[in-house]
Design a protein around this ligand. Sequence first.
Ligand SMILES: [Zn+2]
Length: 451
Amino acid sequence: MINSESAVIGQPSVRFLGGTESILGSMYLLEFGSHRFLFDCGREIHSRFPRTGLRSFGIDPASIDAVFLSHSHVDHCGNLPYLVSEGFIGPVYCTPATRDLTEVVLLDSARIHENEFARTGRPSGFDSADVEDTIEQFVTVDYESETDVLRIAKIRLLHSAHVLGSCMFQLDFDWNGKSYRFVFTGDMGRFGLPIVGEPTSVPSADMIVCESTYGGRIHDSFQETIEQFTSLIKRTVERQGKVLVPAFSLGRTHLVLHCLRHWMATGLVPELPIYIDSPLAQVIEEVYQEHQSADYLTSGIEFEWLESKDDAWYRTTQRESSIIIASGGMCEGGRILDHLKVHIDDPRCSLALVSHQSPNSIGAQMLAPTPKVRFHGREWNKWIEVAKIGGFSGHADTDDLKRLLADAASDTGKICLVHGETLQKETLEQELKKLGFNNVLVPSFDQRIDL
Ligand SMILES: [Zn+2]
């Protein structure tokens, strides 16, 4: 039993407080002596009761020295305002883009909580004042520069190429006359995807905590994705239909938008009006404009934000062929449903599913070979063409992970696999053993493992 290792007094250790199963928010506590460093503080995405009380784990938030935030997705940052309101006063280290994106994402969550409060009279979560207090504690660090952490440790932030601003952390510290290195990958990106750049190899360490979302899967190549998506657009234009693209507001919307503009500019698809119906993505776009590299901004192809529901209705009911990117990656909510209801029984139109669709989502039901789908209290005829476009994932697959971890294999103590379903972790575990890792572990929830 690995837990018994914690009997070694004074040995640095990590507690796995989340992300040990796919549905839990990412959260890992590195402890040595009285020092406590928290890596990510994510929310359970599908939980109706998102609050994860650290106190229930016997940890006082005020006792944590510093937080390290890998990126701005809610399952990595969503519980930070609770941590602060419950007494955490230390720095939150991240990249400048992650700070700006996290502010937008958390304010969006706060707005939902505030609306809920106005409706029911019951507080349902943190508010915008909590978010502002949280963001004040952020300390930004550039990629690759080595930075001192409270004179206890040194950190280096490495490109993980998962979403704008995402990083992995390398933390070096001395304890009881010994030097240690801890590496937390956060979510790892892929090779060959536009905009986000290429991920950096994972350095060797005494312990690596590594994500495994697609540890047992191989993605479609991006070239295949281009072929699938552009032929779908061309077919739809020939039928004089519209292409609807449900996309998550952070990252996916911007990647798809960049690709569409690039394909139009280079003649891969005909030039069509592009409309985006996602208030959150519009705010996020300002952060992209500030932090993203120049090739994202230049293409000469215009697009239009649909500012109001009236604008959206006007554009979606116009006769012209167009592409509409709308919020709601799995068609579960968001603006996409407004467009889908108009076009779902129109065989000239198409629905391009560019994100993962969880099994019972409306998106998955759209893909199923059935003539009808049920949502919003009625059945709809499914006559629109539905296509799964597989290659936009922002997560490394098995091959990417092997390539990113190969250099670290011979010189790493333990590698702990998190943030993935059992099958993904088991497959990656076998692959990493073949690669030469001697000690591959799959921690369970609230397990403590020594470095
Ligand atoms: Zn992520």
